[in-house]
Design a protein. Sequence first.
Length: 299
Amino acid sequence: MTVKQLRAFLAVAQTLSFTQACEHLHLSQPALSLAVKGLEESLGGRLLIRTTRSVRLTPEGESLVPLAKRLLADWDNAEEVMRQHFTLQLGRVALAAMPSFACNQLPTALMAFRCRHPRIKVTVHDVINEQVIDMVRHQRVELGIAFEPDASDGLAFTPLFEDRFVAVVPADSPLAEATTACWAELLRHEFITLQRPSMVRLLLEHELAVQGIELPVAFESHQLVTVGRMVASGLGVSAVPALCRQQMHELGGHCLALTDPVIARPVGVLSPAGRELSVAAQALQEILAATLSSADTCR
């Protein structure tokens, strides 16, 4: 059966007139007759009995009418749903983002996306950097926001900006009076950081080790919020990606530029390499790039 054949049959069955069915479908009588005949041959029997004066349904034709209505309704619905997906009137996209990005820069991008495509549903997985990479690699999400991975096998990375680590100190600390601090000054104080396998922790340890500096950890936590609160309460100091600057200030900490060495890493969009993204995911990636590629996260 073809959709064209079903439409032809149903038009005749509902009007019991080939002439009216032709007018409804904008078909010639030979084309309509050929479509009905093709359907009958496909199914193996007569569906309509046509005389010079009337058209009537066979018992099999009567049985097909409700089925044809349901099939065509499902077809039209599927066609409309897919059209809405391609025109971004409907759809869903799943995104994984590291917490430092998810709770700071991402809401601004999602607001811009929502304003432009209000009917696209977005699922955000707020997970650590390593889980972002894993979820994209195993196609549990279409897009991920993370630091550039060392090994990008099977992944495409589109950079958005370079994030530079900043120092976080208590608001009443002598360090807060300066605009910058070097690592040697910072590490004279109790140091608070994220627990392994956090990318932040591993990146700090690796970059400092290259400079021959060991990272002495006094306190560690799984959450940046906890790290910020610990610093604000005077337990020690920390270093976090600059994109967390506003969050650290809201938690009561004070941020300043961190030098000697400067530690920076590109942040961008991860997607499966060689795999076409959905129209919704492509649109979200474009919004992320437009919103964040020019953002000065180290300001």
